[in-house]
Design a protein around this ligand. Sequence first.
Ligand code: GAP
Length: 438
Amino acid sequence: MTVEMDKIVSLCKRRGIIFQNSEIYGGIGNTWDYGPLGVELKRNVKEAWWKAVVYGRDDMEGLDAAILMNPTTWQASGHLESFTDPLVDCKKCKHRFRLDDLNGTACPDCGGELTEARSFNLMFKTFVGPVEDAASVAYLRPETAQGIFVNFANVQQMMRRKIPFGIAQIGKSFRNEITPGNFTFRTREFEQMEIEFFVKPGTDEAWYEHWVNERFRWYLDLGINKDHLRLRTHEAHELAHYAKACVDVEYLFPMGWSELEGIANRGDYDLRKHSEFSKKDLSYFDEAAKEKYLPFVIEPSAGADRATLSFLIDAYREEEVRGEKRTVLALQNRLAPIKIAVLPLLKKRSDIVELARQLVADLRSEGKTVYDDTASIGRLYRRQDEIGTPYCVTVDVQSLDDRQVTVRDRDSMRQVRISLDTIKTYLKKCLDTGGLAD
Ligand code: GAP
């Protein structure tokens, strides 16, 4: 079993990881802000993704497209017509529900009679420019994917790419979700990490398999417990309007197994539709085979917020140490918001404080390093454990004489004395390999 969500929400607030948005005004439903430590954690998640899917391969390019797009995009993609949820209203209490969330035929709140279901489009509508009329309507993108499709020819031609190749993008998406919830799991504004991988028709099934395996492995490589991760193939009736096949990577969240990422075989749906609507031929000409075709697309589509939440939940531990409760975030070093905390044993001794501060300045090049002297050493350790800092370095009276400091490992709580001459290379090695180096 995983931890209850309340404990994660409380830790996130207490330790500056995630705050309720506009909290001083009472907040706005299911909208969250990443605090000083949350922004580091989420950046590390996005960086790990970018490193794996862009820098780690030679068949990928990156992109950063705009959120607002020509509205014809959404006509072509099918979002204007099909990106809807069926909704019903209670005739008595006027509450609104998603049809698929209801069990019976009466209102779950007051037992009143329900209206017929109506389609509710999930895209946020806005107006571009000073006039609010039909000609100026625009939408906040509900997925980053379309920014990639409309740039397919630009990237392929300008970067002289041959099929197969892919385009990766990280960015905000917006959906007017009817039932957001479960902390950052489902929100109206969220960040996606999407890949559109363009392949020759006929090779699509092999590439689909390839990406399902790659993406599943990514979560395992970053430390998710394999018992908390599974693949779930979509049934035919669940498939989105564009998909030929789809598999979800699911994580065992506190509310049960839920989607982390979807990997879809989109066939040639997107390039065909955009060719039709834009009247631009988006097919690809294979010089070697003298063959022209519309590439098929394999789409691994992940959520940066959901991934971040799953890493937080999976890393959360409560232990008893010498009769006291210890909370630890056992995050992998590359995900940890702070890599090293330097703690002076006696904050009243200016020579110890000076040495500790020098050390912080010296260690900064190895990753985010902080100085803290605001509590007793025991409390300082607990605080760093709770936010997942893998290494604490303590400077004590003896350090002034023997030029050695104590390095403490978060998970094992083991401590070693290391010379100031080698501390930097020692911690670099620890950060690379995990745990305490030999
Ligand atoms: N382009 C395909 C696409 O957008 P999706 O399954 O609707 O597919 C992909 O979304 C991923 O985006 C999800 O697996 C999830 O991680 C994330 N996501 C979608 N809606 C979300 C929401 N309301 N809040 C947070 N993350 C969301």
